[in-house]
Design a protein around this ligand. Structure first.
Ligand code: DAH
Length: 372
């Protein structure tokens, strides 16, 4: 009963303000004022929110109304002055006002953020029609291109490509190639010794005995790889460079096979018109030995700056495998013969691409490498 009466009074408080002052107590009056104030406060807050510009301002408004010392919070505190019968209704109004203010704040906050995002996007626009930066592509090194070319030619003739160790026993680099200790040929190749017995190989000829020892005949291989000599660096020398060794062993192999093979190689590498010239030479591991010149592919043999006027360019050393070399690796020189040759890879690359300084091959300057 008591409760219902209060509700009834509550309704009158709201809808019959003209009753104000007649029958009501001071506490009841307070309830009426509060509702008025609340309505005003809410309107004020909402309109301030609508008029606000920017997130900072919005935050100030939040603090001013909903903060610890905010106007609405103050009002909540003075709820105790309201007649108990009015309190629920007034309290509910405070909550509603709070909810309305918060909702409006959130609405505005989202609108501001959206606007900020749009401004940022507009400022960051990328013109996709602008030409892009070209990604820099790597290049195959002139040495690599030359090696692949040489490999292609010999693989085409039925050769196998094999590799041997760069750190090598003295035996394979010298002894097995008919270059015993104290042989004068050792002086020609300034050797890096690792121990008395181990060297950095000075020539890819060191792969010959490794292959022969395996005992599989016939042999038809090329062996490309890095070699080392304690040379000073200049336009034609480097302490580390590359060679390609060739070795063929079979029954009835003659010097004519060697000549035919290298003539074909020269033509494939430097052009169909290329001629070869075999000059007698000496290598301890071949007998007879020769050095091979090719006709200058620049001037066709007439003589130019490129071939230093001679019309010929030296490209490799070769010969018939020395019987001692065959014997040391367990091959009977009465039954088998063979030929061998050794080409400097850098020399081929320099000639083919008309590079006049070997150092360019090792500096890895992209401006140089990009040209190939
Ligand atoms: N190994 C020799 C050098 O480094 C090149 C060479 C010459 C290899 C004659 C051979 C050859 O196989 O028969 O100068």
């Amino acid at each position: 009963m008591e409760k219902r009466r209060e509700e009834h009074m509550d309704v009158r408080n709201i809808f019959l303000p003209e009753c104000f002052g007649k029958k009501r107590t001071a506490v009841q009056k307070e309830g009426f004022f509060m509702k008025e104030k609340l309505a005003q406060l809410k309107e004020k807050a909402l309109s301030e929110i609508m008029a606000s510009e920017g997130l900072d301002k919005l935050n100030d408004i939040r603090v001013a109304f909903l903060g610890k010392k905010g106007e609405l919070t103050d009002m909540l505190k003075s709820l105790k002055d309201v007649a108990p019968s009015d309190r629920p209704a007034v309290g509910q109004m405070v909550n509603e006002a709070r909810a309305a203010i918060e909702a409006r704040l959130e609405e505005r906050r989202q609108a501001f953020e959206k606007k900020l995002r749009e401004e940022k996007m507009a400022a960051e626009t990328i013109d996709v029609t602008l030409p892009a930066k070209k990604p820099m592509l790597g290049h195959r090194h002139p040495n690599t291109i030359a090696l692949e070319e040489v490999e292609r030619i010999f693989v085409g003739m039925g050769y196998e490509v094999v590799e041997g160790p760069e750190v090598e026993y003295d035996y394979y680099n010298f002894e097995a190639l008919n270059i015993p200790k104290n042989h004068p040929a050792r002086d020609e190749q300034d050797t890096f010794y690792v121990t008395d017995n181990i060297v950095l190989r000075t020539q890819t000829s060191s792969v010959q005995a490794h292959v022969m020892e395996q005992g599989k005949l016939p042999i038809r291989i090329i062996a490309p790889g890095r070699v080392f000599r304690s040379d000073e660096v200049d336009a034609t020398h480097s302490p580390s460079f590359h060679q390609i060794e060739g070795l063929v062993i079979d029954k009835h192999i003659t010097f004519a096979d060697l000549k035919g093979t290298l003539a074909e190689f020269a033509k494939e590498l430097f052009g169909e018109e290329t001629k070869v010239k075999f000059r007698p030479h000496h290598f301890p591991f071949t007998e007879p030995s020769a050095e091979v010149d090719v006709s200058c592919f620049k001037c066709g043999g007439k003589g130019c700056r490129f071939c230093k006027g001679s019309g010929w360019i030296e490209i490799l050393g070769c010969g018939m495998v020395h019987p001692n070399v065959l014997k040391m690796s367990g091959i009977d020189p009465e039954q088998y013969t063979g030929f061998a040759f050794g080409v400097g890879l850098e020399r081929i690359a320099l000639l083919k691409y008309e590079i006049d300084d070997m150092r360019l091959l090792y500096e890895n300057d992209v401006r140089f490498l990009r040209q190939f």
